[in-house]
Write a protein that binds this ligand. Structure first.
Ligand SMILES: [Zn+2]
Length: 170
């Protein structure tokens, strides 16, 4: 279970886990708790975190709104956040309950990965097909309704700079 809250460490761990063929699950809450995502790396079966980023970059309208707020550098974030007037900050909090939805998806995917690694998967723990879920808490771009869920099955992407070689070996 990965919860480092920084992209550089996420990618470092992605590379290590791809090399070691070890599953990991990463969760991220989008700025101000508008929603979030949970992603699980399943060696050989699904894409890795770099595959996911490549896919999101190609799909320009997908996650556009999130890119604007979530993928700022730390310096940009400080600058922009401190540039907001207090009313704007006060009106758009990330509530603990909003974050809780993402935590639940994150945790559930961890249980799924543990179930998969168990010699005999517990019967009650039915496999989760998708390896990437995006959850919207409220109708703020890129989401258009409350409680919006997208489920995605990400396959290993051809030419991925991290898992590409790994997949050719298999
Ligand atoms: Zn990859």
């Amino acid at each position: 279970m990965l919860a480092t809250d920084s992209d550089s460490t996420r990618y470092q761990i992605n590379e290590l886990c791809v090399r070691a063929q070890t599953p990991f699950v990463v969760g991220r809450v989008f700025t101000r708790g508008i929603g979030g995502e949970a992603f699980v790396y399943r060696p050989n079966v699904g894409g890795c975190l770099a595959c996911l980023e490549g896919l999101l970059e190609r799909a320009t309208d997908y996650r556009t709104g999130i890119r604007e707020v979530d993928l700022w550098s730390a310096e940009e974030r400080d600058e922009k956040l401190y540039g907001l007037n207090p009313e704007e900050v006060k009106d758009s909090p990330g509530l603990s309950v909003d974050i809780g939805f993402i935590t639940a998806f994150h945790t559930r995917l961890v249980l799924d990965a543990l179930g998969e690694a168990t010699p005999k998967r517990p019967k009650f723990l039915l496999p989760i097909k998708e390896n990437y879920v995006v959850w919207g808490n409220r109708p703020v771009a890129p989401f258009n309704k409350n409680f919006q869920l997208q489920r995605i099955s990400l396959t290993p992407q051809e030419g991925c700079r991290v898992c590409g070689d790994q997949n050719e070996d298999n």
